[in-house]
Write a protein that binds this ligand. Structure first.
Ligand code: CO
Length: 220
């Protein structure tokens, strides 16, 4: 145990030394301030690290991650991150980033009990219930992929409807919210084209996005 952790500390020393050689003064400069342009709201999954997959350095992206990249209006943690990013750091883009094969979304979709997180994942089950006419007829894999995408779309809506974002747009701040999804199998990010750049765009953007999943009139 100790030796596996020691390896991480050794890796860190090597990394810091290499960075200083490649870019002298990198840490000294960063220690004085951060000015990221992006807020990344993603899943905690270890396979979806924000900086690595976007090629961004320390200091370039502010990050919030939780199980299944959910943004709930009563979650003071997520809301505090969003407020700090928007009002203090003045980020220009917020991206909600889901990923295919998300264990949290799959557990919510299948109704699998996993423990305390069941309560958290109720929010994802709510997404499925709200859009059941568009989703329930899909076969297993198609349903899971659609749920991963639909969950991102819903969370983009939640971010955009938050008072932090509404106030920012009211003030005339230039900031947009985007929905992306990451493929674990190919390492590629896909833009779900649900970008919201103004308060009155939320409804139209979401309505257009939902149309990707045609409603089945035969199901309740
Ligand atoms: Co996940």
């Amino acid at each position: 145990m100790a030796s596996s952790l020691q390896k991480l500390l050794d890796n860190n020393r090597t990394w810091a030394q290499n960075m200083e050689v490649l870019r002298p003064g990198f840490f000294k400069h960063l220690a004085q301030q951060q000015s990221p342009k992006y807020l990344w709201i993603g899943c905690s999954d270890s396979r979806v690290p924000a900086n690595e997959i976007t090629g961004l350095d320390p200091g370039e992206v502010f990050v919030h991650r939780n199980v299944a990249n959910v943004v709930v209006h009563s979650d003071l943690n997520a809301l505090s991150v969003i407020q700090f990013a928007v009002e203090q750091l003045k980020v220009e883009h917020i991206m909600v980033v889901g990923h295919y094969g998300c264990s949290g979304v799959m557990a919510a979709t299948r109704g699998t009990r996993i423990g305390l997180a069941d309560n958290w994942l109720r929010h994802v089950q709510d997404v499925r219930f709200r859009h059941r006419k568009r989703l329930d007829h899909l076969q297993e894999h198609a349903l899971e992929d659609a749920m991963c995408e639909m969950n991102v779309i819903e969370q983009v809506g939640n971010v955009a409807e938050s008072n932090v974002m509404q106030d920012a747009w009211m003030r005339g701040q230039s900031i947009s919210v985007h929905g992306w999804i990451y493929g674990l199998k190919d390492g590629l990010l896909k833009d779900l084209e649900v970008s919201v750049t103004a308060s009155d765009m939320v409804g139209p953007v979401l309505s257009r996005a939902y149309k990707r999943y045609p409603q089945q009139t035969s199901t309740e």
